[in-house]
Design a protein around this ligand. Structure first.
Ligand SMILES: [Zn+2]
Ligand SMILES: [Zn+2]
Length: 425
């Protein structure tokens, strides 16, 4: 079901401006509600009423809502009275579960990342906004979906292909909450972003692994990384967001590389993975993919980008695990829809084309003739750390998931591979 163009929070914000004429700080609402998930929605509405009205109205509203809350939730009274701790039970309050569709839009921002999420509670979330030259595209796309408020904006890390578009986005929408890490940068785009955040009036949250962005009913949005700030590599400061809606789970990784991936020990098994760092080989290690075990993977990158993203190695790792891969460089906008138990995608998975080296290997194996010139493709066993000629008989016995291919013998040796004793490359 299509969401209303303006979310409840938008109305709430406008009301706040009308009544009080001052800036509304929603930070405490968001954080406190996340820390107290057992509170009823009535309790939340009391908080909101209080913060959006004049003192006189607060008194009136509090009286009204208190009495109605007492009627509706009689158990609240019993748990707040002096009941012995041993007999305290959870309030028997029925929590309304969201039942609307959630849409996750991986916006095609060329070489960069930008993910817009229509949450099932009617609110909106944006993770990154691509390079500066993609800002108008991101703004137009979100407007086109019918939103003028973004309740949660996450800047994963300070690189321009993620935050470049944010100043314009922050300027174009009502912004509720803004999330970043405490990692600082000295770039002008980072400064521009901070200024825009300031001007937007958004509540700013510095987050790390363990923080919660939203937790109500059957919707949970958590930060699962970073655990520590990496002073050397901004990519490893990427905010990694896990979003759980009912049974459906999404993981958004920013540009997290292997060392940040390795530091995640919470359960990150997810249905959909936004592949880290645009499909660079520095991310999506086999170990990480084993932990996430996604059915779907999305790679956001520019067509024929100069970084060589995504790398063949990552594509092969995903293919070996039978993960359906979607790519913004080949397929444009990728939109996932979830109703909390079923996931659908607006396009078919992209076709996996094995790298040329793999085809060469097959031909060589068929001919069964050792080729030993310097242009030979070598097969690496990533498990035993051995390097083989493609024609080596041990290659046939190797598990597909352990195979990697290279033409660069010296690099492989430098990476710690030892020549096979049989084919002696
Ligand atoms: Zn980056
Ligand atoms: Zn990036």
């Amino acid at each position: 079901m299509k969401r209303k163009p303006i979310s409840l929070l938008a109305i709430f914000l406008s009301a706040s401006f009308l009544f009080s004429g001052c800036e509304l700080d929603t930070s405490t609402d968001s954080v406190s509600s996340s820390n107290a998930k057992s509170e009823t929605s009535i309790a939340t509405s009391i908080e909101e009423s209080e913060s959006s009205t004049t003192p006189q109205e607060i008194l009136e509203t509090t009286e009204q809502t208190t009495s109605s809350a007492t009627e509706a939730v009689t158990t609240t009274t019993s748990t707040t009275t002096t009941t012995p701790a041993s007999t305290t039970t959870e309030p028997d309050v029925e929590i309304t579960e969201f039942s609307d569709e959630m849409k996750v839009h991986f916006i095609d921002v060329d070489q960069g990342d930008s993910t817009f999420i229509e949450l099932p509670n009617g609110e909106a979330m944006l993770i990154d906004a691509g390079e500066t030259d993609q800002a108008d595209k991101v703004v137009t796309y979100i407007y086109t979906q019918g939103y003028d408020t973004i309740d949660y904006v996450v800047a994963t890390h300070a690189h321009s292909d993620h935050i470049g578009g944010l100043p314009v986005v922050l300027d174009s929408f009502n912004i509720g909450n803004f999330y970043m890490t405490s990692a600082v940068a000295t770039t002008s785009i980072y400064e521009d972003m901070l200024n825009a955040v300031d001007e937007s009036g958004a509540a700013v949250h510095n987050v790390m692994a363990g923080d919660v962005i939203y937790n109500e009913a059957n919707l949970l949005i958590e930060v699962v990384a970073p655990k520590v700030i990496d002073s050397e590599e901004q990519n490893n400061n990427s905010i990694v967001v896990k979003l759980t809606y009912g049974d459906d789970k999404f993981l958004f990784t920013g540009d997290a590389e292997k060392s940040e991936e390795d530091g995640i020990w919470t359960n990150i098994k997810c249905d959909v993975l936004k592949v880290g760092h645009h499909g660079s080989d520095s991310s999506s290690s086999s170990n990480f993919l084993k932990k996430v075990e996604p059915s779907y993977a999305v790679i956001s990158c520019g067509l024929h980008n100069s970084y060589g993203h995504p790398t063949d190695d990552v594509l092969k790792r995903l293919d070996d695990r039978n993960i359906d891969v979607y790519r913004t460089d080949l397929q444009g906008m990728i939109v996932f829809t979830s109703d909390g138990s079923n996931i659908s995608v607006n396009v078919n998975p992209s076709e996996y084309t094995p790298p040329v080296t793999t085809i060469t290997t097959t031909v060589q194996q068929e001919q069964n003739t050792p080729v030993e010139d310097s242009g030979t493709t070598y097969v690496l066993n990533t498990n035993s750390k051995k390097i083989h000629y493609a024609s080596c008989s041990s290659v046939n016995d190797m598990k597909e998931s352990n195979k990697a291919f290279t033409n660069d013998y010296d690099q492989a040796i430098a990476d710690g591979y030892k020549p096979c004793g049989r084919c002696k490359p």
